[in-house]
Design a protein around this ligand. Structure first.
Ligand SMILES: C[S@@+](CC[C@H](N)C(=O)[O-])C[C@H]1O[C@@H](n2cnc3c(N)ncnc32)[C@H](O)[C@@H]1O
Length: 210
């Protein structure tokens, strides 16, 4: 048993809907399935959304909808999740599972480059919770667009902030690693927020707007 297995075994387990979604994603998109959040990370999202009493959430990077279910389940029945992605193929698998999970009416899926979707939102700081898990080179833009619309005390969560340890490299030759290093440096120096990086899966940063 690995420590990851042990952590999963000691976390509120995935229900049938999430387990089926994970299995169907692995069968339908075997080469991409590792993009899905792990269940402990999904459970963390649900808990954070509940803990801050979020009503309006935004997700950047939906894939087949696992993390969207986890976020939407933390919202009240009249809460809203704006879910941004560019892939009709991957997100098509999400719909029946969102229905089964009873959260489909809380989720508004926008298929367009996320930067465009976010820039078109009203400037008001009304977002309670945001999760960024899409193309890494877009993180600085998503961070800025979401932060200015996050309410004071709102929470922004960044995924894959450790890049499997490659953030330690002095001269990484991959644009995703460079973009994440830049984002991590930007966040820690940003006086508008307080943040903490957690070694959950590939690294998760919790960012609270002051
Ligand atoms: C790591 S996956 C998201 C995994 C998802 N959070 C889950 O739990 O299954 C990244 C997603 O970002 C999407 N994506 C990539 N570039 C994007 C962009 N410019 N705008 C919006 N979504 C994008 C991809 O289509 C993909 O579905």
């Amino acid at each position: 048993m690995t420590i990851s297995d042990y952590i999963l075994d000691h976390c509120t387990p995935a229900d049938r809907v999430l387990a089926d979604l994970a299995a169907e994603t692995a069968a339908a998109f075997p080469d991409a399935a590792s993009m899905q959040v792990s269940h402990d990370e999904g459970q963390l999202l649900t808990m954070l959304v509940k803990l801050i009493g979020a009503r309006y959430a935004v997700e950047v990077g939906v894939f087949t909808g696992y993390s969207a279910i986890c976020i939407a389940r933390g919202l009240p029945a009249d809460g809203r999740l704006l879910a941004c992605d560019i892939s009709p193929e991957w997100t098509a698998l999400a719909h029946p599972h969102w229905q089964r999970a009873g959260v489909a009416d809380r989720i508004d899926l926008r298929l367009a480059p996320a930067a465009e979707t976010l820039q078109a939102l009203p400037p008001d700081p009304v977002i309670d919770f945001a999760f960024i898990d899409a193309d890494k080179t877009g993180y600085p833009t998503y961070y800025e667009e979401l932060l200015r619309r996050l309410r004071p005390g709102g929470l922004l969560v960044l995924d894959n902030v450790l890049q499997r340890g490659r953030v330690l490299e002095q001269h990484p030759d991959h644009p995703s690693v460079t973009a994440i290093q830049r984002t991590n440096d930007l966040v820690v120096a940003d006086p508008r927020v307080e943040s903490v990086m957690l070694p959950v899966r590939d690294g998760v940063t919790l960012i609270r707007k002051r």
